[in-house]
Design a protein around this ligand. Structure first.
Ligand code: PMT
Length: 401
């Protein structure tokens, strides 16, 4: 997600300096080119070698020693940076930044930077609450620096309160928000289901449906692109799973139910694009059922309606369902919307050419509680996925206000 982005991390001397290692590793994994500047104090806590190993770049410590090809390290770092972070930011570095001091490589670089600079304070709670520190924080905000709230809790020194370094995940989300404003799902944890479940009859046969998984995979891909943490629970498909999503492979409706329920509490949004079999064979033969001269009667029993269960147990989550219909699209969709306690529903008439199962496109109507209907033209499934996430983002803003 951060491919091609040049990130400068200024590490200063606090016990949280070692957590900048995690951050470096996460940003490198996300594709960023990471350059670390360490102050003298930071090097008392962590050795530069650890940052060099993780970033793949020489650590910058000295204003007067430039890597080959660089004339002035502070100006090169400032010119190249898409974003800079101060992690952890001590009371000392914030005071220096607030008043424009430039007595080492980090402070001179910061003065020369025109990119956004994110400051992540970490210090003892009493130092953090000190009026001088709070004044400096206010001043930094006024000057355009982005200040992250520190975490609250037990500190390394044993004191309790605000002053812990913000979580690495939150810092990364902030970077995504700043660098990619289109990352409007950054910080959201979403669960998408895809594909058609397979209900076994015997070891070689099953009951399923025509779902290819394309709609669900498009939803997962679009959500990853918009910065969400994505869990994709998928029935069998022939598709490559989208990069960046956590994948849970299932076969049957029962397996899908289990995975979805396990994840439900920890997600903010569920979009159920999967075509779940409503019925399964009551008994599954251990052996391949032999052909006989007479017909074969299969007794089916009902599967749990996963979405209905999610609707019943909904607490904070936004729930989006699909309805695949062959007749009375709106009427049936409205019934499902109400019965399953959904925030909105994506209805597709699967008899229409270019809609529904297996196609790369879909034609959908978004049905909302209260009666609003938005009819969308035929569009690529990835485009429809983005339209669905647009609605989710609006709802999330409404909910978090
Ligand atoms: O996978 P593709 O080939 O791209 O096709 C896309 C699609 C047609 C599968 C997709 O657009 C779609 O409509 N998915 C929902 C299909 C479906 O099962 O619809 P339904 O009307 O039977 O179910 C309504 C909703 O309840 C769905 O969100 C479904 O996931 C959910 N459900 C249904 C039954 C069940 N036992 N548990 C459920 O959770």
């Amino acid at each position: 997600m951060l491919k091609g982005k040049f990130v400068v991390i200024g590490v200063t001397g606090g016990i949280a300096a070692h957590r900048a290692l995690d951050l470096t590793s996460t940003l490198v994994k996300a594709g960023a080119e990471v350059h670390v500047i360490m102050t003298r104090g930071a090097r008392e806590f962590v050795g530069p070698l650890a940052f060099e190993a993780l970033s793949g770049n020489r650590v910058h410590v000295d204003t007067f020693s430039a890597p080959p090809g660089w004339r002035y390290p502070h100006l090169e770092l400032a010119r190249r940076a898409d974003i800079a972070l101060v992690v952890p930011a001590t009371a000392n570095i914030m005071a220096k930044m607030a008043y424009g001091m430039a007595d080492d490589l980090l402070t001179t670089s910061i003065l020369a930077m025109t990119c956004p600079i994110v400051v992540c304070p970490a210090m003892n709670v009493y130092m953090y609450r000190n009026d001088i520190v709070q004044e400096n924080i206010k001043r930094l905000r006024k000057l355009g620096f982005i200040l992250m709230e520190p975490g609250v809790g037990r500190q390394a020194c044993g004191d309790e309160g605000p002053g812990r370094l913000a979580a690495v995940e939150d810092i990364v989300n902030m970077i995504k928000k700043v660098l990619m404003p289109e990352c409007d799902l950054a910080g959201s944890r979403v669960l998408v289901t895809a594909g058609g479940t397979r209900e076994p009859i015997d070891p070689v046969r099953y009951i399923s449906n025509r779902s290819s998984g394309k709609m669900g995979y498009a939803l997962a891909e679009a959500a990853v692109n918009r910065g969400a943490v994505v869990h994709l629970v998928t029935a069998p498909t022939c598709l490559e799973p989208p990069d960046g999503a956590k994948i849970y492979y299932v076969n049957t409706a029962i397996e899908m139910f289990r995975e979805v329920m396990n994840l439900y509490r920890e997600v903010d949004v569920v979009v159920k694009a999967a075509a779940v079999s409503d019925y399964r064979p009551k008994t599954v033969s251990d052996q391949k059922i032999k052909k006989s001269d007479s017909g074969l009667v299969l007794e089916l029993e009902k599967n749990t309606d996963i979405l209905y269960e999610l609707g019943k147990q909904k607490t904070h989550q936004i729930l989006v369902g699909f309805a695949a219909e062959t007749e009375d699209l709106i009427k049936n969709a409205r019934q499902k919307l109400a019965k399953k306690n959904l925030d909105f529903l994506v209805a597709n008439d699967v008899t229409q050419p270019g809609a529904g199962f297996g196609t790369d496109t879909n034609i959908a109507k978004l049905i909302f509680p209260g009666g609003r209907i938005e009819s969308l033209p035929m569009m690529d499934k990835l485009e429809l996925a983005d339209r669905i996430w647009d609605e989710v983002v609006k709802l999330r803003h409404g909910k978090t206000k």
